[in-house]
Ligand binder design. Structure first.
Ligand code: CMC
Length: 432
């Protein structure tokens, strides 16, 4: 935080209060209101935190107007083109791109932790056979604190590091197990000779009865999906992780909280909701009906996969994934896939419709990731678990950063109370 000579003046009933202002390395200045209540006896009101910076961070920067996403200063399109997921994980966790030796060491450390405790298999078997993989994921990741208690002490730096590596390594295994369990197939153990993305595809699609060779184009597309979802600043699930960890809760519980938040259709659940919407639309001729519904104020329907809280011109992740979607669909020979045809037409209609143009609603990352995952053969129920696997590193990097921040305090927002003022209890026989 850079001290600024600027201050903001707030005047309430003729009395003025000087509030310090700070500048980041980029982005809007912030007004420091930490002492506002003590000095002026008022709270600020900002549901949805649309104008509130909840922390200092050096990890990710988004310029919503420019459609820019930077991790540690590096643009996401460069990382998606030139880097790979585990290198981006290193960058997010430790702040710099690794040397060749550092990335090799990091990959070895992650690879050595990909198996889960064998007793966890029994834990899986307690879930209903048809459980949604996200439900299983929330439960199993929360339960990691019972299986890996030796890395759950947040006050021990070494344990924090081990927990971080364990989660990055084991989340793909747990997500693949959740999928296998939901379709009644045996669990497939991780393979340390495969890269991170190929190993995940192998654990999801291999069966003991026959060989499964991972196509490098699919592996690259999977790696890109992981990379593009790795972190996204103080979004709802990341803020949930930070809030949960502000009480010094164990890291596995905090990540489970993030996964629970991600599940919602306004956040990580949007890719599943988007694909389901495309299937419901079914044919191009029904698009106008759905566009009309999206514009109708009396209809709660929204075009899933469109719009973003922060990006107001373009989602840079969507640009990269659009290209991957074309590659994957070409490889799999599904150019005539009716869902994709609906998706392409919908994209064009919405991009040219004045309602969507004026409100700056354009296809977001979930629009394209859903199409790719569908083409790869994942059921829609696996879309959000895959988002969770990718975002785990972002949650952990932000969790670590918060832990190392000397200004960290327990999160405790205030409220604008509109309920009854104090009143006396009425005995049941006197209530009417
Ligand atoms: N379809 C139709 N109208 C929409 C849509 C949409 N998808 N999104 C926003 N609007 C309208 C909304 O009705 C409002 O209109 P008005 O100003 O007349 O009241 C205006 O646009 C602004 O909407 P908002 O709800 O105030 O915007 P927000 O920033 O709170 O919401 C959003 C952002 C992503 C929750 C929302 O655009 C949405 O629900 N999109 C669909 C779900 C989706 O695709 N989510 C994935 C987000 S990207 C993945 C991630 O980072 O998690």
């Amino acid at each position: 935080m850079t001290d600024s000579t600027k201050t903001a003046t707030l005047t309430i009933d003729g009395q003025s209060f000087e509030l310090p202002m700070y500048s980041g390395t980029t982005g809007p200045d912030v007004i420091d209101i930490r002492k506002l209540y003590a000095q002026a006896g008022v709270f600020t009101y900002d549901p949805g935190y649309t104008s509130t910076a909840s922390c200092e961070s050096t990890i990710t920067f988004i310029d919503g107007e420019k459609g820019e996403l930077l991790h540690r200063g590096y643009p996401i399109d460069q990382l998606a083109e030139k880097s790979h997921y585990l290198e981006v994980c290193y960058l997010l966790l430790y702040g710099e791109l690794p040397t060749a030796a550092e990335v090799e060491d990091f990959e070895n450390r992650v690879t050595r932790h990909t198996m889960v405790h064998e007793q966890m298999h029994n834990f899986f078997r307690g879930f209903r056979r048809d459980a949604h993989p996200m439900a299983t994921l929330v439960g199993v990741v929360g339960a990691m604190s019972a299986f890996y208690a030796d890395s759950a002490d947040v006050n021990d730096e070494w344990q924090r590091e081990v927990a971080s590596i364990r989660m990055i390594a084991k989340l793909p295994t747990i997500a693949a197990m959740a999928y296998k369990y939901s379709i009644g197939q045996p669990f497939v153990y991780p393979r340390n000779d495969l890269d991170y993305a190929s190993n995940f595809l192998h654990m999801c699609f291999a069966v003991p009865a026959e060989d499964y060779n991972v196509d490098p184009i699919l592996s690259r597309a999977m790696d890109r999906i992981f990379t593009l979802h790795a972190d996204h600043e103080q979004n709802a699930s990341t803020s949930t992780v930070r809030l949960a960890s502000s009480s010094a809760a164990n890291p596995f519980a905090c990540i489970a909280a993030g996964i629970a938040c991600l599940w919602g259709p306004a956040h990580g659940g949007a890719n599943q909701a988007c694909l389901e919407m495309l299937k419901e639309i079914g044919t191009k001729d029904r698009i106008p009906e759905y566009i009309a519904r999206a514009k109708d104020k009396n209809d709660p329907f929204r075009l899933m996969g469109f719009g973003h809280r922060v990006y107001k011109n373009t989602d840079p992740r969507a640009k990269v994934l659009k290209q991957s979607a074309d590659e994957v669909l070409e490889l799999l020979g599904v150019e005539n896939n009716p869902i994709l045809e609906v998706a392409k037409e919908l994209e064009q209609v919405a991009l040219n419709d004045p309602y969507f143009v004026e409100k700056k609603l354009f296809p977001n990352v979930d629009f394209y990731s859903g199409i790719i995952l569908e083409a790869m053969g994942f059921p829609t129920s696996m879309f959000t678990p895959i988002f969770a696997v990718s975002r785990t590193v972002g949650w952990i990097s932000q969790w670590k950063e918060q832990f190392e921040d000397p200004q960290q305090k327990i999160g405790r927002p205030r409220q604008l109370y509109l309920g009854e003022t104090e009143r006396n209890y009425v005995d049941v026989e006197k209530r009417g």
